[in-house]
Design a protein around this ligand. Structure first.
Ligand SMILES: [Zn+2]
Length: 301
């Protein structure tokens, strides 16, 4: 049996699964957001120990653990480099700490790569050898499957499509650059662009609600967002020639008519004409389970 752990900003979720990834049990606990790595590792260990007991009760044992972490990870060294949301995680050798404690092989990766593996193995990407996964929520993360394998790159930064620059004079991004895709087309960016255009504070979801009611200002904001997103995806298409782009995160819940349909129409404007006709753009399937099933997939890979 295997265990997948999703180390999120607000929750830690663990799943016990069979060797081929069928889920047997799930455990969810609130993260101690101020407690840093010390409290975090303790909580992860409690979840693993509890799931080990479940495995033993079923006459099995846990052979591998996969951990998806909400921040950049040095994959080769198994080190969590930083959590963007919660303090006290910098340079935590999480993989070795857990391996030492449980004497089980552990794989640690960032949640974007884990999410990519999860959608590939269990979700919208099953059976597809070349795909781009784009998670659009508060920020924009992503991952790449090429020739049937996850692409990590030299520093585990492959697939970071959120920091492709789509407007040189665009808004300042969390990474310190201007005009990143994340700053132009994430859920928070839609809220900010909507607030500027409408002259009052709205969030991303409200922009969609207004557009659905026929508000032309909100619709204009979405038109701009979709154009920026299509431009960013066009860069990915030029590099990877994917058969499928999977859109995950909060934006995958937006009404298809207002988001995915216009996005599918816009993308061919930003890539080679030959690359577009057979390219599918589909919503992610794992939704709330994306993190933990991604960690299960990571344990399997
Ligand atoms: Zn950026």
């Amino acid at each position: 049996m295997i265990i997948g752990i999703d180390v999120g900003n607000t929750n830690m979720t663990g799943a016990l699964a069979s060797d081929d990834g069928k889920r047997i049990a799930t455990l969810r606990r609130k993260s101690d957001r101020a407690g840093g790595a010390k409290a975090g590792v303790k909580l992860i260990s409690e979840i693993i120990a509890a799931l080990q007991k479940r495995a033993a009760a079923k006459g099995g044992s846990v052979r591998r653990v996969g951990v998806g972490f909400g921040g950049p990870v040095d994959f080769e060294r198994g080190v969590a480099l930083l959590s963007h949301q919660n303090p006290g995680w910098a340079n935590t050798p999480l993989r070795d700490q857990l391996q030492k404690r449980f004497d089980i092989p552990v794989a640690l990766d960032n949640d974007a790569n884990a999410g990519t593996l999860g959608e590939w193995r269990f979700g919208a990407g099953r059976g597809v050898n070349d795909l781009l996964y784009v998670n659009i929520g508060t920020g924009i993360g992503g991952g790449v499957i090429a020739n049937g394998a996850l692409v990590r790159g030299a520093q585990n930064l492959a697939g970071e499509i959120g920091h492709i620059i789509v407007r040189r004079d665009g808004p300042l991004c969390t990474c310190g650059k201007h005009g990143c895709l994340e700053g132009c087309a994430s859920g928070s960016a839609i809220g900010r662009r909507g607030s500027e255009a409408l002259g009052r504070k709205v969030n991303g979801k409200e922009v969609f609600v207004l557009a659905a009611k026929g508000n032309t200002t909100a619709q204009g904001v979405l038109d701009g967002v979709i154009e920026d997103l299509a431009q960013g995806l066009g860069v990915g298409i030029g590099l990877l020639n994917p058969a499928l782009i999977i859109i995950g995160g909060g934006l995958s819940e937006a009404p298809e008519k207002l988001f995915l349909q216009p996005l599918r129409r816009a993308v061919p404007r930003y890539c080679l004409a030959e690359a577009a006709p057979r390219l599918r753009i589909e919503p992610a399937q794992l939704r709330y389970d994306a993190g933990v099933m991604g960690a299960v997939a990571l344990a399997m890979s």
